[in-house]
Design a protein around this ligand. Structure first.
Ligand code: MG
Length: 240
């Protein structure tokens, strides 16, 4: 099959959100800073004087690790982080909840669209493609929906779906992808899914029978063989 044939049947372009359409790396930096600020205070009240750099370093490693293991519920992260510095210190439940909420609010505030996001979505819309957004739950009910609603490009989508809240399963299950195609009224084979995570986005969409495009934002150490790898969203204009 030639390159042109591969894309000629596409009627709908579906996207992931974080690190695909919005620069979540900035969100992550803001969220980590906020959590570390609060935790440093809590640790110091309990007699543990920890330097913020070490806290930030440990949180950053933990974030990568938990993402690779699909463990997105931040409530489970904070006790693991605290244990590294104060093994016997118990984190109160209300503080856990507060940390998770503060994390996501700081994240939402700092994670802005990439410079080419709106322009590319508008281009695809003008070309007649249906646009969909399929994003996993943040595991804090309603938070991902809120983070979608505040995006300036939200109105361009024909469908937005939060996997794990609007559907039973999250990526890489094919379920959210199949539900999205059905709601858009297209066959999975007429969809291309664009995402940044090889193990969640490429694996899941391929299992659902969609074409897959990986936007390379960083190396996840996982080889998933998408149909195409792009370095930026604007390169979509060369094929669609
Ligand atoms: Mg992503």
């Amino acid at each position: 099959m030639s390159r042109a044939d591969l894309w000629s049947k596409v009627r709908a372009v579906l996207f992931d959100l974080d690190e695909t359409l919005i620069d979540s790396f900035q969100g992550r930096i803001g969220a980590h800073a906020e959590v570390c600020r609060i935790l440093k205070g809590f640790l110091s009240e309990n007699g543990f004087v920890i330097d913020e750099g070490s806290l930030l370093y440990e949180l950053s490693s933990l974030d990568d690790e938990m993402n690779k293991r699909f463990m997105y519920d931040r409530d489970n992260w904070w006790p693991i982080l605290v244990e590294k510095f104060a093994p016997k210190l118990v984190l109160p439940n209300n503080l856990i909840k507060m940390l998770t909420r503060s994390y996501w609010l700081a994240y939402a505030k700092e994670a802005k669209p990439y410079h080419d996001t709106e322009e590319v979505l508008l281009y695809l819309k003008k070309r007649g493609y249906l646009l969909g957004l399929v994003s996993d739950s943040d595991r804090l009910p309603g938070m991902k929906r809120y983070r979608i609603e505040i995006q300036p490009f939200k109105h361009l989508f024909n469908l937005t779906l939060v996997a794990g809240e609007d559907t039973e399963e999250t990526k890489p299950s094919p379920e959210p992808f199949l539900v999205a195609a059905e709601r858009l009224g297209v066959k999975p084979g007429e969809c291309v899914y664009v995402g940044d995570k090889p193990f969640a986005d490429v694996e899941g969409a391929r299992k659902a029978g969609m074409k897959t495009i990986l936007v390379y934002r960083r190396d996840w150490g996982f080889d998933a063989k998408p149909d195409l790898v792009l370095r930026s969203l604007s390169e979509l204009k060369d094929i669609l």
